[in-house]
Design a protein around this ligand. Sequence first.
Ligand code: NAP
Length: 246
Amino acid sequence: MLTDKIALVTGASRGIGAQVAKTLAAEGAFVYVNYNGSKERADEVVNEIISAGGQAEAIQCDVADFNACKEMTDKIIADKGRLDILVNNAGITRDDLLMKMSEEAFDAVISTNLKGCFNTIRHASRFFLKQRSGKIVNLSSVSGVMGNAGQANYSAAKAGVIGLTKSVARELSSRGINCNAIAPGFIETEMTAAMTDKARETTIAMIPLGRTGKTEDIAKAVLFLASDMSDYITGQVLSVDGGMYM
Ligand code: NAP
């Protein structure tokens, strides 16, 4: 489905991003596995892809750093001559109740989760515009759609990702560029592993399909939005959350 396509997946050293990288590679894409600090884990993802017969390379970059994102996209273009798919998946949480949340915790989450998407889109779009094609998939969250107590910073960033997605879609769609977002619900990764049993039970009770999500559930939706199966879809937010938000 993605033969000869070049893809960049940010935050692909573990969790949802790692699964997205493997899924796109299994469909024939050459995948750049971006990481910030976890080089060994990113190398493991790359090795797994190559062992399965796919193509991938690890690439370090802090997505919160505007200039570093330019260097990352420039390197991809220098090596491959094109970029077809950008998946903005890198994200962090610094949860706290509003009255205890530090300015630093707010800024850190906005910088990585929201500005990080702007940074990569800003630089990758130079090439998308020249090619007159490109697929951008941004990871938002059910928290960005519904809000969540204890996540003012994260919810604000993820709601911002939705506004960014729609504006980019409106601005670039006449040049053959699609930009969509996915809003995952509760997905089992290291990000959600710290949740208490009680909080987990309460969350599952809010999910009509009665279970938490797997990284594969998100990766399949990303594949759809990154492939030509979704050519007539742009500016949308696809909830992949077991029906939590409807
Ligand atoms: P995760 O397991 O914590 O993995 C986060 C990934 O992001 C890691 O690969 C990490 O790599 C990378 N990362 C963090 N900061 C970075 C930076 N500044 N630059 C580049 N990479 C960075 O998270 P996840 O659960 O897979 O979540 C993936 C995405 O889905 C996030 O955007 C998250 O907000 C969103 N999401 C998740 C859930 C869920 O239930 N899990 C629900 C809704 C939305 P390094 O260790 O190398 O920094």
